[in-house]
Design a protein around this ligand. Sequence first.
Ligand SMILES: [Zn+2]
Length: 298
Amino acid sequence: MKQHTLQSQVAIEGKGLHSGQDVCILLEPADPGTGIVLFREDLAPGMPIPASWRFVVDTGHNVTLGRESVSIQTVEHLLSALSAAGVDNCLIRVNGPEIPLCDGGAKYFLETLSRTGLSGQEAPREYCQIRMPVWVEDGDRYLLALPAHDLRISCSIHFRHKAIRYQACHIRMDAKTYLHEIAPARTFGFTGDIEVLRRRGLAQGGDYDTVLVYDENGPISPDIHFEDECVRHKVLDIMGDLALLGHPLRAHVIGHKTGHALDVEFVRRLAAEMITVSDTDTLERDREFASFCERMNL
Ligand SMILES: [Zn+2]
């Protein structure tokens, strides 16, 4: 598989979830090997902030990337969509503090990318692979990655809230499955928590259409996209946080009660253990393994 970038530039506008500010982002094609790189156009237009775990500065209620005193909040849903669409190289120019929330999930981003179109580049795509299980845990929360040929994510959540309780989801990741099963799943929250966040200057944007809001009795947002929308959104977030590795991961990721802080710690652990391979390497290794089996009469 070759690396891919956008066929042309495309702009996306909307309000940030936490800042509540109107923001415009411009997605631009980039050369092979660039990766996903963000720029804070209003503060430091010449300073690249790579979408990498090395540049994560906050994981409190979103993922914030930063460099020196410049930061960009809530990158996870856009990174999730770019990763699912198979975009390897892209420049993201942001004229405010945060990536817009748009529909609260990743569907709008993904549809915009598919309308814009991708183009193949003259360089092989590289993948992250692990040879041993890798995991992180924090009390009853955990994330585990097992070696696999493609990306699968299994996730479960457990909330005391009677309308959620236990939800579980398993997905073998490809763009079509992601578009239908994961991308429409929105950020969710509880009225009590939202009040606390608002007093702290967070959650200033978003409404009942873009955030799935629960009060003590159940959802108060007018529509639910899936019965298990919350756990599907967790998968969307994991996908976005895994994008901070810099290349698509080939592994089976299994998580319980995940969140951005744990996800990013997991990504750091994966980065320490993984190897980077291209399809050519994989083919070469498969050929070596086949000839080994032949020699051994296996
Ligand atoms: Zn999210």
